[in-house]
Unconditional design. Structure first.
Length: 309
């Protein structure tokens, strides 16, 4: 996993990169389905492919096409037809990073839906009730002894002199939108001795440090739907005051394609409505931790929820 969360991979690389060769749009009436290169992108992309094919729609599979800027440019250019995106990325897409609307699940979804439909003729379908944003994950023993469930609990624990050592990337520690945003919103401040800053910022490393209590670490930077959180016995503390932008995954489809195949929304909306934070953590863990094939994990989930026979 990269130091940047999957939703942001490539966004900061610039929008001027050429589109990938071989992506030429919906040839011969096929619906071109793409995704980003991370595990969750593969999971959600495979759910889309599997559902469409199972319901008689011809699909051109371009899953794990590339980072955010490549996939975003491809759908705007009409080279792909549908892919899973994150609502909070609307802040970057439309240069509205300072707008507080992105910190609210419903308002952020409404905002990005309206802007993308008007400017790009893209339709955002139902967003999952989950948030793949920056989180702080705590060890089980820390939570059990102090009933830490939310970031407000975390701040209160610190105010009472509780011992915290947080494993994090330099980006998380320094970026105004990450740890400093948590500190400003909840009224705490971590000293240098309370941080273990790991180069590279790989969440697998920060979570492992907390799980193994490396150098006294009992909390870790992570992303909300990271599969390793639950697998390592950690829990993401709820951002109850909304310090972070909400990144809820949802299928984005070209308006012309949806008009031609309105059944796409009927197929995908109920599926994404079931994808809670805990569900995505578990499914991502099966891929990233257990090494299962993303297509197989996606199909098994769809069958378990009776979206497939």
């Amino acid at each position: 996993m990269s130091g940047l969360p999957p939703r942001l991979l490539g966004v900061l690389l610039g929008a001027g990169l050429a589109l990938l060769p071989g992506v030429v749009g919906a040839a011969e009436g096929k619906i071109v389905v793409a995704s980003k290169i991370d595990a969750e992108g593969a999971l959600l992309g495979n759910m889309i492919v599997t559902l469409l094919e199972a319901n008689g729609l011809a699909v051109d599979n371009k899953l794990q096409l590339g980072p955010t800027n490549i996939v975003r440019a491809a759908i705007i250019a009409g080279q792909i037809d549908i892919y899973p995106e994150y609502t909070g990325n609307g802040a970057l897409f439309f240069h509205l990073e300072a707008d507080p609307v992105w910190k609210d699940w419903g308002r952020g979804k409404t905002k990005v839906s309206s802007l993308d439909l008007e400017q790009n003729h893209l339709v955002w379908l139902t967003a999952a009730p989950a948030n793949n944003t920056w989180v702080i994950a705590a060890r089980r023993d820390l939570r059990a002894g102090n009933e830490l469930k939310t970031m407000s609990d975390f701040a209160g624990y610190l105010a009472e002199g509780g011992r915290i050592r947080l494993a994090a990337s330099a980006e998380f520690v320094e970026s105004p939108s990450a740890l400093p945003s948590f500190e400003a919103t909840y009224g705490f401040r971590l000293a240098g001795t309370q941080l273990l800053t790991l180069s590279g910022g790989n969440t697998a490393a920060t979570l492992r440090a907390a799980a193994e209590a490396m150098s006294g670490v009992n909390a870790a930077m992570a992303y909300g739907t990271d599969g390793a959180i639950a697998a390592l016995g950690l829990t993401a503390l709820e951002d109850d005051k909304g310090a972070q932008i909400v990144y809820a995954p949802a299928p984005v489809v070209r308006e012309a394609v949806l008009q031609q195949h309105p059944e796409i929304a009927k197929l995908l909306d109920p599926v994404f409505a079931t994808l809670t934070l805990e569900t995505l953590q578990q499914l991502n863990a099966e891929i990233a931790v257990d090494g299962e094939d993303a297509a197989a994990v996606a199909a098994a989930y769809l069958k378990s929820k009776r979206f497939l026979p």
